[in-house]
Each structure stands twice: as C-alpha cells, then as structure tokens.
Design a protein around this ligand. Structure first.
Ligand SMILES: [Zn+2]
Ligand SMILES: [Zn+2]
Ligand SMILES: [Zn+2]
Length: 88
C-alpha cells in the first residue's frame, strides 16, 4: 500500500505555497515529491485535514509536497507528521 497522501487546505496551498516543502518550507520548483501520511495519522478524517494548520481540506485542498532534500532524509513513504513508515 502506497500510503495516504498528505493534504494542504486552500489557504496553505495558495499560489506558490502549494509548491513549498511541508517539512522545511523550501520552494520545490515543482520537483517535490508528494508527502504521505502513515495509517494512524491518515485514518478516518485525518487525511482530510491540512498537514500544516489542521483545517479541514476536503474538496478545496491540494497534495502536500516535500523537497528533494527532505525526500532523502525522511523518505517519501514515511509519514510527514510522525515519521513512521506509511505502509506499515
Ligand atoms: Zn524540505
Ligand atoms: Zn492549512
Ligand atoms: Zn504518522
């Protein structure tokens, strides 16, 4: 299982903010990787909430991304919230 995609609400994902790494805030220039949540952080309504501010992001949100640097450090299949492997 590839894990659950982390979401951003419309405010946190506005304009170029959607392109910024949710971990370190760096601009990814569209080369980022989609951030994931583990099962426990993303289960139920968890996946519908913004990973940054916690607001409900259903419908209006976009996928959260992490930069290539953080991608190497935390791995794309690790939960962006708690750091656990998202598919375990
Ligand atoms: Zn980063
Ligand atoms: Zn938000
Ligand atoms: Zn987690």
């Amino acid at each position: 299982m590839p894990g659950i995609l982390a979401r951003l609400c419309s405010t946190c994902g506005m304009g170029s903010r959607a392109d910024k790494c949710v971990k370190c805030g760096k601009q990814t220039f569209e080369r980022g990787t989609f951030a994931h949540l583990c099962f426990s952080c993303g289960h139920g309504s968890g996946k519908n909430h913004c990973v940054k501010c916690g607001k409900l992001a259903t419908g209006t949100g976009m996928n959260a991304v992490i930069c290539t640097h953080c991608d190497l450090t935390i791995k794309p299949d690790h939960c962006v919230k708690c750091g656990k492997q998202s598919n375990s």
